[in-house]
Design a protein around this ligand. Sequence first.
Ligand code: NAD
Ligand code: UGA
Length: 457
Amino acid sequence: MFSKRIACIGAGYIGGPTMAVIAMKCPEYKINVVDVSEARIKAWQTDDLPIYEPGLLETVKAARGRNLFFSTDIKAAIRESEIIFVSVNTPTKTFGEGAGKAADLQYWEKVAREILQESTESKIVVEKSTLPVKTAQTMENILNANSRGIHFEVVSNPEFLAEGTAIDDLLAPDRVLIGAQETPEGQKACRDIVEIYSHWVPRERILTTNVWSSELSKLVANAFLAQRISSINSISVLCERTDASIAEVARVIGADSRIGHRFLNASVGFGGSCFKKDILNLVYICESYGLYEVAKYWESVLNMNDYQETRFVRAMVRAMFNTIVGKRIALFGFAFKANTGDTRETPALYISRMLLDEQAKLVITDPKALENAKIDLADALDKIELTEDPYQAAAGAHAVAIVTEWDCYRTLDWEKIYQSMEKPAFIFDGRNILDHRRLFEIGFNIYPIGRPAMKHF
Ligand code: NAD
Ligand code: UGA
């Protein structure tokens, strides 16, 4: 009944949404999404999905039970599929050689061995996870070390979606990247993967390269994006000292079509599961080839991000008369960006820990990320209040710090919030999303990113 059977191993932020879109767009393919986590798979089978992503539930519902299936039976999914996407996690290694920098490939290798063990015929294995350049070589070595005459073709197909806009990004990607070996088998596998995406992506947006360019391009794309944020953040501090405005500088430089407007929002720093991990991985790869200057260059993107997070908290302490001991501080937002509940590497966690070290009383509000905040701060829950209601969070607070750029914070009744706070009342806008002039007129002391503070004393 189905013309092709596809498995995806790893039902996380990437595997779930990517396969839901493929299933919706390709009803003639059967897609099995499998994972070791029973809880995750169970959640994918309900309407209470394991991740929050606008439009995801509707997409899943369009195909679930028709040609999209979620299961923990990894072996069966491997056996029945001609194409296997692997989108398991590839975190930074925390032990042994390369600890703190290299990618930890243990989950990937485990999956490769499982594929090898269960397969009785040749298959295409697709690297969906972000992997160090040359991983496909290792995987082919493992997979093709069999005496059963089965051939595995490893294809690289990194994902470029951003959380919060995953479904839109998947439906209308800037590009899809497929890297394959330049052998006849490699090119045949490449055509098979191109065929999947051709169902809805214009052919000129499907880029094909050799495997190594594809693996490396994914790391480099993230490094360039993160570098842009660190660059604008580095200028934000200069703006604060010189009466320039970072928003104006960004508008001016962005008007140059060679630079462009996007990704120039100064902030408390970038978070998310990938920028830091992928740059560390790039740095490690450069070092392992003896390219120390190149490694140092990319490492500085991360150093600038650490600086931006740290200086945000330092500025808070300094502004609030050099002590925040016992002061109630409301963090507005805990997710690493708006429209997601994901808190991996969120600047909010780092900021929370620093504020707790300063012995502040912390109250955290977020529309989607409080469950994850509870897990991230499990060891400090006795010192923290969590509430979905921003008005409750701000009541009695000395300061509000905007950490995530949720739209709902723009339209709050700030007059009411001001009335409910301790005076002098402070706002530290780590995302520059509020109307600073109006808030200043209400009575707040305002500390934006990349603009001098506006204060009443
Ligand atoms: P995730 O942690 O949300 O999901 C990974 C899933 O793999 C988990 O559910 C885990 O249980 C499962 N898993 C691990 N080992 C397994 C095994 N042996 N068998 C079956 N399942 C197993 O991670 P993610 O955010 O989806 O990221 C996955 C990969 O995609 C990473 O390499 C990441 O760099 C890359 N990526 C992520 C994003 C993003 O926005 N999150 C974007 C582009 C690329
Ligand atoms: C990023 C990339 O944008 C995706 O292309 C990539 O696929 C993904 O990483 C990945 O490999 O995981 P994501 O981390 O989901 O996506 O979200 P981004 O929109 O890139 O934001 C990352 C961080 O940078 C967030 O904390 C965000 O608030 C911050 N940011 C972004 C800024 O501080 N300023 C900006 O101008 C843009």
